[in-house]
Write a protein that binds this ligand. Structure first.
Ligand SMILES: [Zn+2]
Length: 165
């Protein structure tokens, strides 16, 4: 018997630069540095998009939203997530849950986690408790530890069957 469930994984990296806005999980976070990117640089949403696309066998974010296209210049990554979710639904899948982790030295994320989860959940059309965002520093080690960049990782589960909520 097939369970009709598929798992997906995504990872994204962006360089940080002083004087840019920091967008993570669809919200603006006060910071003296933000991500360098063609879009708004929301590394967390990008990792989630890749997890969803991977689960559905739909290539990756760069394939659907190329950074060579002016259409996506400075685009709000929430729009990319919405379009990704629509691709998943069009393929006949439902999103069961999304789990994710941010790696960055600062600012501290604890005060923003709930808002990120609810923002992502609304776009994904799933309950807030089906979205998890975690954050860790790398103990001052490596490029994240030196504040040169951010890493985001995400996994998701999708199903052909409607989930029991
Ligand atoms: Zn990205």
């Amino acid at each position: 018997m097939s369970l009709h469930q598929r798992i997906g994984q995504g990872i994204d990296f962006h360089r940080l630069e002083k004087g840019r806005e920091l967008w993570l999980g669809g919200i603006n976070i006060p910071s003296d540095k933000g991500c360098i990117a063609h879009s708004d640089g929301d590394v967390l949403i990008h990792a989630i998009c890749d997890a969803l696309l991977g689960a559905a066998g739909l290539r990756d974010i760069g394939f659907h939203f190329p950074d060579t296209s002016s259409e996506f210049k400075n685009i709000d990554s929430k729009i990319l997530l919405k379009r990704t979710v629509n691709l998943i639904l069009e393929k006949g899948y439902h999103i069961i849950n999304i789990d994710s982790t941010l790696c960055l030295e600062e600012p501290r994320m604890s005060g923003y986690i709930d808002k990120m989860c609810s923002t992502i959940a609304v776009i994904a059309g799933i309950p807030s408790n089906a979205v998890a965002v975690k954050a860790t520093t790398t103990e001052k080690m490596g490029f994240t530890g030196r504040g040169e960049g951010i890493v985001a990782m995400a996994v998701c589960l999708i199903s052909e069957l409607m989930p029991d909520r």
